[in-house]
Design a protein around this ligand. Structure first.
Ligand code: XBP
Ligand code: MG
Length: 263
C-alpha cells in the first residue's frame, strides 16, 4: 500500500533553475564584484553537478582556472552560496516561480487521504522553505514529515543518500513510497534507493533519458489541464493522483496471476 509521496524540489515543485537559481548566482557574483555571468546554456551544462556549492567549484575548475579565492576554496564557495541563497529567496518572494501544474492539488489530495509527505532535495533548506511558503502558504512546511535538504547528507544526487535519509526518518520501506522527480540525476538517486519514480521533466531536463522511471508525464496535470504521457504506460486518468500513484506500486494482474488470470 502507498504510504508516502516524496517530492524533489527544483524542477519538480517549480521550474526554479533558469530564472531562480541561475539568476541568484549571477546576482551574487555581481555583489561580490565578479564579472561572471552564467548564461542559460552554460548553467544547463553545470546542472550536471548537484548542489550549488559543488556547481560553483566545478565552474571554477572549468571556466576560471586562474581565479584565486581569498582563503580556502570551500569556505569561499560557502560564502558565495550564502549570498546566492539570499538572492534566491528574494526571487522566490517576487512570485516569479509558480508551482507546476498539479503540485498543489496532489499535495492537498495526499493530505486528505492520509498519505504522508516528504521532500528530498539537494537544494539548501532555506530555499525549500521559501518556495513552499510562497506556493502553498506559511504553514505548508509542517505538512511534510521530513524535509531532507542540502548538506544533511554529504553525497548529493545522483547518490541515493538523500532518499535513504528521508525513508529512514519516516521509518518506511521504499516499496511503500513513490518519488516524484524531474531529472535523470534525481531519477538515479530515487531508483538506487529502491523507489518507484514518476518523472515530470522540467525545462532543463526535457531531453534526458528517463529509463527506469515508472511513469513519465509532462506534468502532474489538473482535471482541466490534462498531462501528456511521455512513455508507453497506459493512462486512464487525465492527471496524477493518489490512485495512479497506488497503481504504480501494485503489480500488474497479468504478471502476478491475480484474480484476472485465475478466472
Ligand atoms: C537541484 C540542485 C540544487 C539547486 C540549487 O536540486 O541541484 O543545487 O540547483 O540549490 P533538486 P543550492 O532538483 O534535488 O531539488 O544552490 O541551494 O544547492
Ligand atoms: Mg530536480
Amino acid at each position: 500500500m502507498l504510504q508516502a509521496l516524496i517530492f524533489d524540489v527544483d524542477g519538480t515543485l517549480a521550474d526554479t533553475e533558469r530564472d531562480g537559481h541561475r539568476v541568484a548566482f549571477n546576482r551574487a557574483f555581481a555583489e561580490a564584484g565578479l564579472n561572471w555571468e552564467w548564461s542559460v546554456e552554460r548553467y544547463g551544462q553545470l546542472l550536471e553537478v548537484s548542489g550549488g556549492k559543488e556547481r560553483l567549484q566545478r565552474y571554477l575548475q572549468e571556466d576560471q582556472p586562474d581565479f584565486v579565492p581569498p582563503g580556502e576554496v570551500k569556505a569561499w564557495a560557502a560564502e558565495m552560496h550564502r549570498l546566492k541563497t539570499r538572492h534566491y529567496r528574494e526571487l522566490v518572494q517576487e512570485g516569479i516561480m509558480p508551482l507546476r501544474p498539479g503540485v498543489q492539488r496532489l499535495i492537498q489530495e495526499a493530505r486528505q487521504a492520509g498519505i504522508r509527505l516528504a521532500i528530498a532535495t539537494t537544494s539548501a533548506p532555506e530555499n525549500v522553505l521559501a518556495l513552499l511558503e510562497m506556493g502553498l502558504g506559511s504553514d505548508s512546511p509542517s505538512w511534510f514529515e521530513v524535509i531532507a535538504a542540502g548538506d544533511v547528507v554529504p553525497a548529493k544526487k545522483p547518490a541515493p543518500d538523500i532518499y535513504l535519509y528521508a525513508l529512514e526518518a519516516m521509518g518506511l520501506p521504499p516499496s511503500e513510497c513513490v518519488a516524484i522527480e524531474d531529472s535523470q540525476v534525481g531519477l538515479r538517486a530515487a531508483t538506487q534507493a529502491g523507489l518507484t519514480t514518476v518523472i515530470t521533466p522540467s525545462s532543463y531536463t526535457q531531453h534526458e533519458d528517463f529509463t527506469g522511471a515508472a511513469l513519465v508525464v509532462s506534468h502532474l496535470g489538473e482535471p482541466i489541464a490534462p498531462f501528456q504521457g511521455l512513455t508507453a504506460h497506459p493512462l486512464t486518468s487525465a492527471y496524477f493522483d493518489i490512485a495512479l500513484a497506488q497503481s504504480l506500486l501494485t503489480p500488474s494482474p497479468s504478471v502476478t496471476g491475480s484474480r484476472i488470470d485465475l478466472q
